[in-house]
Design a protein around this ligand. Sequence first.
Ligand code: FES
Length: 257
Amino acid sequence: MKKFFIEGCILINEKILDDVYYMLLQAPEIADHAEPGQFVHVKKNNSINFLRRPLGIAEVDKKKGTISLIYRIIGRGTAEYAAMTVGEQLSIVGPIGNGFMIKEGRPLIVGGGMGMAPLVFLAERLQEKKPLVLVGGKNEQEVFWPKYMEKYADKIYVTTDDGSLGFKGFTVQFLPKILEDNAVDDIYTCGPDIMMHSVAKIAKKYGKSCQVSMEKRMACGIGVCLGCTFTDKITGKRRKVCVDGPVFPAEEVFDYE
Ligand code: FES
């Protein structure tokens, strides 16, 4: 798979929430080759933070040669990206990893928190299959994702922990109802491990395929540091999220007891 090392010019870097930003970048080589579920490894030039951070690709516009990233400030690296301004160059490596396998059946996309970012790109790719989307967050403010998804989704369901928008509770509490009310074949999910584990169990119970996109801290992003590994539940072998994933069939990642 082709990977590029480029300097991407920042076209937009705007605050969505207090600590969440939307960044649009000129990155034609990456826009041309990216697949949903893949990520880029980014770094501010001349930064004292020498580690790159993995960020899922949220949108791609091949004609304009742009990609977008939606990220939360979770440390010094991401705080540096938030402080960057239009016209500055971000060092980008990508696209990296194996993305979602696009299946034939009716899709349901389930996302929690910042795990929604790569699912926006997936929804765009799946739009002809009329995907259903289930998005969950702590409160109404945190569930800003429908504005990025609504043009691609057939229907969007929202859950919030505090009940300020949509169903009060977690995505996984509402998921069985969606599966009972709709014809769904394939589930695609990204978010906290605990959520994806429950999604995988429910998918199995209802006989649906399920792919999960794992979010791990990644130091090297090229399979060298072994910082992102987990044990494959089928083969028992160590797998690297950065090069073997980040997307895997759920049964390789989670047990079902
Ligand atoms: Fe280093 Fe995956 S991030 S091996």
